[in-house]
Structure formats: structure tokens, C-alpha cells
Design a protein around this ligand. Structure first.
Ligand code: SF4
Length: 278
């Protein structure tokens, strides 16, 4: 694939990203979940957003973002001090059927660890993590200091904070895309990268949009989730259909990757996988 084709792919993704930013899109289109009260909680309570970030792993995005709301329902509160002190209650609330996460024995601990860290270092106020004027690098480092938040979740969180919540961070050029299975698949199949490695994808995002590489995060994720399925991608309907080389035989592998099978698209074979944040 030539530089011109890659530039065309990048241009469409950036244009889409800028529209999403202008719309203040949350992760799943215009909202986080299908429950308005759950979305309100994420918007009104920074600690709820932080807890949602912890849950965005290996389950559908809507379910992950719903978790803080359900956790509050089960506990009767979302008080940071109590989340830190009452570990057994938090763990039980996460595990109780139906469990709030497939890694049900891990998430409760992460929530209490996060609350403890907030109490000890951030005066119990998660919004201090992303105080206006902080740099993208600073916020990323603060987030990745939490158990259960790695580079991928931090990159996603930074993008949501700036795009949806309007948090003003500086040095956006040091942001990047989340190394997520949807993003990786789209970068690979559209020819933005030749190999599915963290370094190549980060470098490609920076090349495509030097001023704010993270701009490519949500549009790539949505393309991967909506059209570029692991099997039977819907190229003709895809946002990138006019410019993408359609390297549909390529697959992502490793943690978070689903089995990807290249082959002809047939109505019988078409299965839309459940959307997930991986
Ligand atoms: S669905 Fe097809 S056109 Fe769209 S990114 Fe994937 S391979 Fe390219």
C-alpha cells in the first residue's frame, strides 16, 4: 500500500474523529450505555468514570460502563472512603449473580484499590487525576498507576476525557490510540501498519495525526466494531470502503484477539460478534 492510500485512510479516520469530537461523543456513539441514569452517573461522578474505566476489559462496552451504576445499586452508595474500607462488601457486590464482570474475582479488588489510592493520594477526588492544564503524559501516568489500568485503558480514558467531557489537557501530541483489538484490526487491514505491534500502531497514529494521534482512536474502534468484523467484514458498507485496500486476510492475535478467518462473505456465514472493549 502506498503512502497516498494510507494518507487517504488516515484522512477519513481523522475527519470522522473530528466529527465525533465536535459531537462530544462518548465511547459507544453518543452515549456510554442504554441507561440514561447510568450515563448521568458517569458524567456527574468522576469516581464512577474511573470505575467504568476499570471495567472496560473483555466485556461489551455498554456493560462495562453500566457497572458503576449497578455497583452503586447493589452497595447503596459509591462513596470512595467506603469503597476503600469495605473491601469484602465491594467484592461480594461484583461477584453476586449476575456478576458485574467476567473477571468477577478481580474487579472488586481493583475498585477498592482504586478507592484507596484516591483517598491516599488524591484526597478522594478522581477529577484531580485529570485536572485542567495537565498534560496527556501526566494524566496517562497517573491512570496507569492504578491496578487494572494499563496503556490501553489510559489512552481510551484520555480520549474520552478530552472528547466527551471537554477536559482541557495540553500536549495532545503525546496521546495515542488504545492498543485495542478493533483498532489493531482496522489499522492492519487498512494498511496503516504492516505488522500488529504496539510500537507500529502508535507510530502510525502519530504519523497520521501528529497534533493529536488519539483522534484516530474512537473512529478506528467504531469501524472495527461496526464493519471490520474478525470474520466476514462488511467492506462495502464501511466508512473506509473507497480507500481501504481491504486486507481482510490479515488477523490480530494474542490477548484480546478473536479468531479471524478470511473468506467470502455469505449471508449464512455472517455473524456479528458481540461488541467489546478488550
Ligand atoms: S471493513 Fe473492509 S473496508 Fe472497512 S476497514 Fe475493514 S477491511 Fe477495510
Amino acid at each position: 500500500m502506498g503512502a497516498r492510500e494510507a494518507a487517504d485512510v488516515a484522512r477519513l479516520l481523522i475527519e470522522s474523529g473530528e466529527r465525533l469530537r465536535a459531537d462530544g461523543a462518548a465511547q459507544v456513539g453518543g452515549a456510554f450505555t442504554f441507561v440514561p441514569e447510568a450515563d448521568d452517573l458517569l458524567r456527574e461522578r468522576p469516581e464512577a468514570f474511573l470505575i467504568g474505566v476499570l471495567f472496560t476489559q473483555g466485556i461489551p462496552a455498554e456493560r462495562a460502563w453500566l457497572a458503576p451504576y449497578l455497583l452503586r445499586q447493589r452497595l447503596g452508595h459509591l462513596d470512595v472512603r467506603r469503597l476503600a474500607a469495605e473491601r469484602d462488601s465491594v467484592a461480594e457486590a461484583v461477584v453476586r449473580p449476575p456478576a458485574l464482570h467476567r473477571f468477577k474475582h478481580t474487579l472488586g479488588g481493583w475498585v477498592s484499590d482504586a478507592a484507596s489510592r484516591l483517598m491516599e493520594q488524591w484526597e478522594g477526588d478522581a477529577s484531580r487525576l485529570w485536572a485542567g492544564g495537565s498534560s496527556v503524559r501526566e494524566v496517562t501516568e497517573r491512570l496507569t498507576a492504578f491496578s487494572g489500568i494499563g496503556r490501553k485503558k489510559a489512552a481510551m480514558a484520555v480520549e474520552i476525557l478530552t472528547r466527551h467531557f471537554g477536559v482541557r489537557l495540553v500536549e495532545m501530541e503525546s496521546g495515542t490510540v488504545a492498543y485495542d483489538t478493533h483498532v489493531r484490526r482496522v489499522f492492519l487491514r487498512s494498511g496503516l501498519v504492516e505488522r500488529d505491534t504496539y510500537d507500529e500502531i502508535v507510530a502510525a497514529a502519530a504519523r497520521a495525526c501528529p497534533a493529536a494521534p488519539g483522534t484516530l482512536d474512537l473512529p478506528s474502534w467504531l469501524v472495527g466494531r461496526q464493519w471490520c468484523h474478525p470474520s466476514c467484514p462488511e467492506c462495502d458498507a464501511c466508512l473506509l470502503h473507497e480507500v481501504c485496500p481491504r486486507l481482510t486476510h490479515l488477523r490480530v492475535e494474542g490477548v484480546g484477539a478473536r479468531r479471524t478467518v478470511a473468506g467470502p462473505r455469505t449471508p449464512d456465514a455472517r455473524k456479528t460478534p458481540p461488541a467489546s472493549v478488550e
